[in-house]
Design a protein around this ligand. Structure first.
Ligand SMILES: C[S@@+](CC[C@H](N)C(=O)[O-])C[C@H]1O[C@@H](n2cnc3c(N)ncnc32)[C@H](O)[C@@H]1O
Length: 217
């Protein structure tokens, strides 16, 4: 085994220690990772530097989100990019009888998302659309919404407030500026939220939102 393969294997083992899943799900995640690496050369789907630790930085980082809305079976991922967290959640939700909608404005990324969803047999619907045009249409259709590396909290709340106000759980991995984002958002919104430590270094914390209410002007 080459040193690159050894490093990949050790990263993979570490990821599944953090976020254990069945053998079948592991195999389907391996198909996703192989396809991502194959498309990456031509399509630049994720930051190239992160591919050396794709299992922890992307796969485990995505899988950990399910535990923050454990009852939810119908998920929505906004700004899915190369498939994180949306495709990973879709692969796991297949075993749970769930479904995920992915919204992504970039057509070339949508082509990859549809291809990888088909190849892994995942219950995923890809919407090549702008979030602001379609997000309210998911009210009553999803139970949890997520988005990674998409937008600061005030903008996320602008987009998702109708979902969050109507009982959808928001599960957002966030970086080190979360406190500043919460302070900025609190000017406009009363937010029922809890933060949890992230299992991976990719996020500083997971912000779980149980509801929002717009402040009176
Ligand atoms: C920085 S990338 C993050 C991708 C992925 N969530 C991840 O963590 O690897 C943000 C993605 O959101 C998409 N995006 C940004 N604004 C959007 C909008 N208003 N509607 C739909 N997609 C959007 C971009 O095309 C891009 O693929």
């Amino acid at each position: 085994m080459s040193s690159v393969d050894k490093a990949d294997n050790s990263d993979r083992q570490h990821a599944f220690r953090l976020t254990p899943v069945s053998r079948e799900t592991q195999e389907r995640l391996a198909i996703l990772v192989a396809e991502l690496k194959r498309w990456q050369q031509a399509k630049n789907l994720v930051s190239g530097a992160t591919l050396d630790e794709v299992w922890t930085r992307h796969v485990a980082d995505s899988l950990q989100l399910l535990g923050h809305a454990p009852q939810a079976r119908r998920w929505l991922d906004l700004g899915s990019g190369g498939g994180f967290p949306g495709l990973v959640l879709g692969i796991r939700l297949a075993e749970l009888g769930g479904h995920i909608d992915l919204v992504e404005s970039n057509a070339r990324k949508c082509a990859f998302l549809r291809h990888a969803a088909r190849l892994t047999g995942s219950p995923v619907t890809v919407h090549n659309a702008r979030i602001e045009d379609v997000v309210d249409g998911f009210v009553g259709k999803v139970e949890a919404v997520t988005a990674r590396a998409l937008a600061p909290l005030p903008l996320l709340l602008d987009w998702c407030n109708e979902l969050l106000r109507t009982g959808v759980t928001g599960v957002f991995p966030k970086g080190q500026h979360l406190d500043a984002e919460l302070t900025a958002a609190a000017k406009y919104w009363k937010i029922q939220a809890t933060t949890f430590p992230s299992l991976t270094d990719s996020a500083a914390a997971i912000l779980v939102i149980g509801g929002v209410e717009k402040r009176a002007d």
